[in-house]
Design a protein around this ligand. Structure first.
Ligand code: B12
Length: 505
């Protein structure tokens, strides 16, 4: 069968760095079964809509597969309807987070005919075999099929017990523009690695030698937070040897020496991490890597070992400094553990970027003040801050529906866009107040960043600090006031454009 796989664009204001792993594994399964696979990686190339349609018209295919996260909903709708208009007889199959939590919307508003839910590695093999040779589609587990009147759902597919049975997707890699992901990942990580002399040394002191690539070491997560969509239950890891073999393949074939582990939760198992680090250290493998951990996993000892194995940057979902908010999220951590993890990570000379969320139900002035206190006390000088958003498939989404906060589901999906903007208010606060709180949190982080150069021995650095501090304070005063009169979106756009312009010139 001739299959066309489409990867829609995500986060269009940023460089694509993460390989669309869902499609990569599906492509590998289909290649292994002898199908002919074409990939249209719109996210990597960022072609215009006209160019995408032109490219599709030049490809010979019998069936289309599409994937993505929920923020690509608008794109999925547009492209699948365009394909249906031009090739009404072609079946369109969707998988992953954009489709599985909202089958009713997908089947009623888009051109998708079948949804693959759960893991797709084996489902894709069985499904495409039936599409090619004929047979009963309802015999394939893990599908939702559009029917005239209702959605037909086949039984769930049990999760693969041993992830090592999944082949390293060597031939699928050749279908994706690896050079784009390698280039973008390396540029992003070079910016970071400058902050770590130790990591720089591992790659011979030259940031231009860093070649970074994403990799997965497992599937799932050990927790179930209310804001998180768990399409598959539980947490499974590949064996350490499988991961090392995969890394070795990427090092030899694509010259990779930096890894961004984009698992939802890389550090979920202490025994696994110990073995992973021990093997890298004993083989003296010259690589650097970054990953995501939970704050309750790290200890000074394990961080020291991770550092020695090349770890230079860790991300944690701190989310809040308020225990009330953390409990509301069902994070299963203490606010103190956030601060402790920050201290341990810094002491181990590993860069630290936590993420914070603003706007959980129950958020108010006091909970935001606790978050700002944590940022000051733990000297957090770099972080990602997001408005709490009830993504479909999450407990929060059910909450928002029940409370009548989402009335028009499709309109809400269409508004998720770049996921940086405020989309919905789950609190009793005014929208304006919530935006101000988010800004106060980012200001506290920025002030910590500036403070770092306050006591520098260099007069130039101290003078720059004073200038930056007053310049920033003035800027934030203007921005805060612009929120009062609703001008903040324009100011934000202006700043983004100025930044873009200064980067170009
Ligand atoms: C890496 C990642 C990203 C990457 C991009 C991923 C990409 N290129 O698509 C980046 C960093 C950009 C990202 C950003 C965000 N992300 Co994210 N991300 C992930 C993460 C951690 C891993 C995705 C992955 O690689 N999975 C592994 C692959 C193998 O699994 P898979 O895609 O499900 O594929 C399997 C099946 O679904 C199926 N399948 C998939 N496609 C197809 C197609 C066909 C035809 C078939 C038959 C089968 C099939 O087969 C595959 C193999 O088994 C997931 C968490 C997770 N558990 O996966 C969150 C996740 C996807 N992200 C999420 C969110 C919320 C975000 C953000 C909105 C966060 C934020 N506030 O900014 C942003 C969105 C930014 C934007 N502007 O759009 C949510 C999405 C929720 C939802 N309902 O969609 C997730 C699920 C996290 C969570 N648990 O809640 N993310």
């Amino acid at each position: 069968m001739k299959v066309l796989l489409i990867n829609p664009p995500v986060r269009e204001d940023a460089r694509p760095t993460v390989l669309p792993w869902g499609l990569v594994y599906v492509a590998q399964s289909l290649l292994d079964e002898g199908h002919e696979v074409h990939v249209l990686d719109v996210n990597a190339y960022r072609w215009s809509p006209e160019e995408v349609l032109d490219r599709i018209s030049k490809i010979d295919f019998d069936v289309v597969g599409i994937s993505g996260i929920i923020t690509v909903y608008n794109y999925l709708k547009w492209i699948t309807l365009e394909i249906k208009k031009r090739y009404p007889e072609i079946l369109i199959i969707a998988g992953s987070y954009v489709a599985t939590p909202i089958p009713e919307v997908i089947f009623s508003k888009t051109g998708v005919d079948i949804i693959c839910y759960g893991e797709g590695d084996i489902t894709a093999k069985e499904l495409f075999s039936i599409l090619e040779k004929g047979g009963d589609l309802t015999s394939v587990n893990g599908l939702m099929i559009k029917n005239d009147r209702e959605i037909f759902t086949t039984p769930p597919r049990p999760l693969m017990k041993n992830l090592d049975k999944i082949p390293i997707p060597k031939s699928a890699y050749e279908l994706f523009p690896m050079e784009i992901y390698l280039h973008n990942g390396s540029i992003d990580d070079r910016g970071r690695i400058q902050g770590s002399e130790r990591a720089l040394k591992i790659i011979n002191g030259d940031i231009n030698k860093l070649k970074s690539f994403t990799l997965l070491t497992g599937r799932g997560c050990i927790n179930k937070c209310t804001y998180c969509y768990r399409m598959i239950r539980g947490m499974r890891k590949h064996s350490v040897d499988y991961v090392l073999e995969h890394m070795q393949y990427l090092m030899e074939t694509y010259d990779v020496n930096g890894f961004m582990f984009t698992d939802e939760l890389f550090f979920s198992n202490k025994k696994w991490i110990n073995e992973f680090c021990d093997k890298i250290i004993s083989k003296n493998t010259k690589i650097v890597w970054r990953a995501v951990s939970r704050v309750d996993m790290v200890t000074p000892e394990i961080l020291e070992k991770m550092k020695n194995a090349g770890c230079y940057w860790l991300t944690y979902g701190f989310e809040s400094g308020s225990q009330k908010m953390l409990d509301e999220m069902k994070k299963n951590v203490n606010a103190e553990q956030n601060c402790e993890a920050a201290k341990f990570t810094r002491d181990a000379d590993i860069l630290l970027t936590p993420t914070f969320m603003v706007g959980m139900p129950g958020e108010d002035a006091s909970t935001v003040a606790e978050t700002i206190k944590l940022i000051r006390e733990c000297k957090i000088d770099d972080a990602g801050i997001f408005f709490t958003t009830p993504y479909p498939g999450t407990e929060l989404y059910e909450f928002a529906l029940k409370k009548g906060l989402i009335v028009d589901v499709e309109k809400f999906l269409g508004s998720l866009g770049d996921a940086n903007d405020f989309t919905i208010n789950l609190t009793r606060l005014k929208d304006r107040t919530l935006k101000k709180y988010r800004y106060s949190i980012s200001r506290a982080i920025m002030m910590n960043k500036l403070e770092k150069s306050k006591d520098s021995k260099s007069f130039r650095k101290r003078a720059k600090y004073t200038w930056n501090k007053y310049y920033y304070m003035l800027g934030s005063l203007v921005y805060m006031h612009s929120m009062n009169i609703g001008l903040d979106p324009y100011i934000k756009r202006l700043v983004i454009n100025l930044r873009k312009f200064s980067r170009l010139s």
